[in-house]
Design a protein around this ligand. Sequence first.
Ligand SMILES: *Cc1c(COP(=O)(O)O)cnc(C)c1O
Length: 431
Amino acid sequence: MALETLAARYGTPLYVYSTHTLLDHFTKLDSALAPLDHLVCFAVKANSNLGVLRTLAEAGSGFDIVSEGELRRVIAAGGDPTRCVFAGVGKSEREIEFAIRQGIYSFNVESEPEIERIDRVAKRLGCRAPVAVRVNPNVDAHTHAKITTGTYENKFGIAIEQIEAVYARASRRRNIQLRGLQMHIGSQLTEVAPFRQAVEKVAPLARRLHEKYGLEFLSIGGGIGIVYQSALASGDPRWWTASKEAKSILTPATYAATLKPLLQSVGLRILVEPGRFIVGNAGALVTRVEFVKRTGSKNFVIVDAAMNDLIRPAFYDAYHEIVPIRRKAGAMISSDVVGPICESGDYFAKNRPLPKVREGDLIALLSAGAYGAVMSSNYNSRALVAEALVHGDQAELVRERQELEEIWARERVPSWLGRQKAKKRPARGRA
Ligand SMILES: *Cc1c(COP(=O)(O)O)cnc(C)c1O
């Protein structure tokens, strides 16, 4: 499917996902972990589109969810709640009750007050709730500060030194079933070493807890990094100017080969919770050039997508490869690719050598499948964009573009201002 065809059919900005890549990445990781007893739980927060979830559910994926909304999405997409783990530091009573009623596989808990709350809700429902405590192994993942989670600087998990005491106390609660142990040290890890360090620290702990409390599983979290800067976009060597900075890719083969011997010795079912690895490279954001604006020193390419559609560059200083959909011969020009929003942070690239583009040209922001559409907002009253899923030579919308009226449909003018839409008063006293 040509992105140009999809842009013509569905308009821009448009997220496009590839079924082939989704399944390819899922299968690569799943088979690399075999013959270990394991379950891949796709981290729904990376991309929660129903079409994506259904595709992965049919491939046998479980899911890592962080809210009632995500669990309801998984169920709506045909996913199995008994293959879901529920993460997050602030689960509400309502969310806990809903998840217990749906029979989720485990709550990955982050604090003792949370265990107490789950115990209380389970008691009210007359059952035992399955939990795993998230251990913070205090390992630096060497990734961006906003996506590092495995050190004591972070709000996540319980310090490894305290874990056994926490399990001892939790084991005395009547309505808690200690089912597992969990960790997640960060996102976009491009080396295997931090994973190895963390598993080396946690494996003996998991074995001890298994002997004492009969745990069933150890979850080693998500975090496998992907390539954002690649030579794939073009055969033109000048195209790939960032090659020197590009980090080597962490493959599922390396990941599994390094960790499997350590994990095998634990003797538990192993869960992994990849988000970005499955879906990141499976998506692109297609956008159209509105204007090209030259100032004294800069070439600004103003596109119809903006930071509200893809916030990663503004939020995480993220790099997305940018590719004009129709390549033209000619010199590269250092460009800033920016959106129409009234914020200096509204950019996709700065001082990036790109081929010259013109008003109306289509460009694609690559590797936008993870933490893209899910983080979009209505800032500047811009409608949430459409999402399409490609399957071989077919493509369908898996999310319609939002209508502008839907943005404010649940807003109200307060009663003291009158029920009617504010109208201009007719001018009085004039002929
Ligand atoms: C975000 C998150 C994941 C997924 O992280 P990726 O880097 O997208 O693989 C997995 N587990 C937990 C607990 C998370 O918070």
